[in-house]
Design a protein around this ligand. Sequence first.
Ligand SMILES: CC(C)(COP(=O)(O)OP(=O)(O)OC[C@H]1O[C@@H](n2cnc3c(N)ncnc32)[C@H](O)[C@@H]1OP(=O)(O)O)[C@@H](O)C(=O)NCCC(=O)NCCS
Length: 195
Amino acid sequence: MTLTARRIGGAPVILRALRSKDRREWETLRAENIEWLRPWEATSPERTASRLAFRQLVRQFDREAADGRLQPFVIETGGRLVGQMHLFGIAWGSFRSASAGYWVAKSVAGQGIMPLALAAACDHAFIALGLHRVEVNIRPENSASLRVVEKLGFRDEGMRLRYLHIAGEWRDHRSFALTTEDLGHSSLVERWNHS
Ligand SMILES: CC(C)(COP(=O)(O)OP(=O)(O)OC[C@H]1O[C@@H](n2cnc3c(N)ncnc32)[C@H](O)[C@@H]1OP(=O)(O)O)[C@@H](O)C(=O)NCCC(=O)NCCS
């Protein structure tokens, strides 16, 4: 699955699957951004947990995607990998909900890439997948990410205490959501590009 979101005044933002041939570019991007991502990335509460090797990671993404629980995307713009966007914890039945998790490289931060990528992921969730709700959970200290959901009009649903294990501790998060009713029949990408 590949999603392309046109950007006014910039290269399109493309969301696509991570491929085996991305290995070198992916590992370089991750290595360059370790410190940038450390305060915001989930960690395992089990101290002995090891990081997945690239090939295992691709396989795990493919398996969870095939089970309908994950939509894993890398973000590409101007012919380069610049980040990641996941719709994870996808639930069906009466809930029809997903959480979004995301990051871009420090070198491209502040260019409006993530609002567009998140808008494209939400359109995909609501229109192509038929989900009803997308939520984003953000540490209260993460002012850049709080701006992303604010720009797209996510509803603030309050604080979740000790919600996620990040940088070695259980961290509080603010929860934000959109449901299909918030958009009616409009596309969030269109709305964002014309705001
Ligand atoms: C949060 C994040 C995804 C935002 O993506 P982005 O593409 O930079 O989003 P935007 O361009 O809309 O910028 C959002 C805010 O970041 C801040 N910002 C701008 N330039 C910046 C820079 N060079 N470096 C850091 N932050 C910057 C500004 O507050 C901006 O808001 P503004 O547009 O009102 O000024 C990105 O900062 C990131 O990947 N951070 C590290 C990982 C992370 O926090 N992931 C989210 C976990 S919930």
